[in-house]
Design a protein around this ligand. Structure first.
Ligand SMILES: Cc1cc2nc3c(=O)[nH]c(=O)nc-3n(C[C@H](O)[C@H](O)[C@H](O)COP(=O)(O)O)c2cc1C
Length: 401
């Protein structure tokens, strides 16, 4: 038995899909690891598995009725608050869509909407349902709101179809839960993560920017938060939800980003500069919309505020500064130069010429390089995996200092 789930309280939400029976085994697996498991079922889930089974397996009465306060003696708010993690297994298409749209017409949905806990969702359904754009959009919406989705497996489904939709392997689900409630090895750290894209306006309605969506910053924030760090976000335009972290300030331009960083700079123990800050801005910003005229419009660009350089120059002893580089050639060579010129401790250099790597993708082809010249070629890895690798490296640096 490993330690991660020992004495943890896990809420297991079960919805009405054919793989609901696998949730029985999941509850047993988590209990074997030392967790206390409290099951919440939807009405339709009870058509597939009896609450009695879960009650017998977990030793706890199953919660299924929003209004039955006397019988169960526990409200949806208590269920929402008093846990270390909530896992929904299996999650039906119906449940996912209701949750993604903030609907609260059963106990389990109320628990989720009222909760600030980490949430792991395990979809399971027919392949056509799973691939339906509406379901995919709803899943993406939940991911952007901080829900961890355990992708279903491919294979033969209960309905006879072959394809992606089968509930993920239970070992994978337990591993995911363990990672989420893992040790708080970075709890002493007060981390600043910058993320997203800056915008430099030419007039009130036109700007130059880049396609950053903030996913790397988001993955970093999730990982460091799960290891106990205080996570502060300063971000430009992004397509994720940073509200759940300890502080979040939205900015527009590189100059605003620098000003915001400087306010509390000395308090941060680690600075992760994942934002894509524009290198150029318009020399002149016009306050009124520039009228369209025939012919060429010439606008001059000037060098922008160098946020990373500012951070490097003001770096305090014991502060770890991590920069990023997106390159299409001479990746390592350029990154090494950047470590020195910007006074960084670590740099993550991404080869954006590679397929599935870079802006808007869920993965990067990355190298992690430190100021002593050690190079880790990480290859094509998911942005979550990249965040885990960086967190481990920072843990090691702290242990060695
Ligand atoms: C035999 C059977 C199996 C089903 N399996 C699934 C499933 O695996 N995934 C799913 O999304 N819906 C499945 N459904 C449909 C759900 O039961 C239905 O959408 C229901 O409204 C879900 O309710 P809930 O989300 O409130 O639990 C199944 C229905 C039947 C009759």
């Amino acid at each position: 038995m490993s330690e991660e789930l020992k004495d943890k309280t896990i809420i297991l939400g079960v919805t009405g899909g054919i793989s609901a029976y696998k949730a029985c085994e999941l509850s047993r697996m988590m209990m074997k690891e030392g967790a206390e498991v409290k099951v919440v079922m939807t009405e339709n889930a009870k058509k597939f598995v009896s609450p009695l089974t879960f009650q017998y397996l977990t030793g706890n009465k199953v919660a299924d009725d929003m209004y039955d306060l006397e019988e169960s003696g526990i409200s949806h708010i208590e269920l929402a608050d008093e846990n270390d993690l909530i896992v929904i297994c299996p999650a039906t298409a119906n449940f996912i869509s209701k949750y993604a749209n903030g609907i609260a017409d059963n106990l389990l949905l109320n628990v989720l909407l009222a909760s600030k806990s980490q949430i792991v969702l395990c979809p399971a359904m027919n392949v056509n349902m799973y691939e339906n754009t509406l379901i995919q959009n709803n899943l993406n919406k939940l991911v952007k709101n901080g829900v961890h989705v355990v992708d279903p497996d491919s294979g033969e489904l209960a309905c006879g179809w072959i394809g992606k939709g089968r509930l993920a392997n239970l070992d994978t689900i337990v591993e995911t839960i363990k990672k989420k409630v893992q040790n708080k090895s970075l709890e002493k750290e007060n981390i600043l993560i910058t993320a997203g894209a800056t915008r430099e306006y030419m007039d009130p309605v036109r700007f130059i920017s880049n396609p950053s969506t903030g996913i790397v910053g988001y993955c970093m924030a999730e990982e460091f938060q799960s290891k106990g760090a205080k996570v502060n976000i300063i971000a430009g335009y992004n397509e994720v939800n940073f509200e759940k972290f300890d502080s979040y300030k939205k900015i527009t331009t590189a100059e605003e980003m620098k000003n915001e960083i400087s306010k509390n700079f000395n308090k941060y123990t680690v600075v992760i500069k994942a934002a894509a800050v524009g290198d150029y801005r318009f020399s002149r910003r016009v306050n009124k919309k520039i009228k369209k005229t025939d012919g060429v419009l010439k606008m001059e660009l000037e060098e922008n505020i160098d946020v990373l350089k500012y951070i490097g120059e003001n770096k305090k002893e014991n502060q770890i500064v991590v920069g990023f580089a997106a390159e299409t050639e001479k990746i390592v060579e350029n990154a090494k130069k950047k470590i020195i010129s910007k006074n960084l401790d670590l740099i993550i250099a991404n080869d954006i010429s590679k397929k599935n790597s870079g802006f808007g993708e869920n993965s990067n082809f990355s190298f992690l390089i430190d100021s002593s010249g050690n190079i880790d070629e990480l290859g094509l890895i998911s942005k979550s995996e990249l965040a885990r690798t960086l967190a481990t490296k920072i843990e090691q640096m702290r242990q060695n200092s």
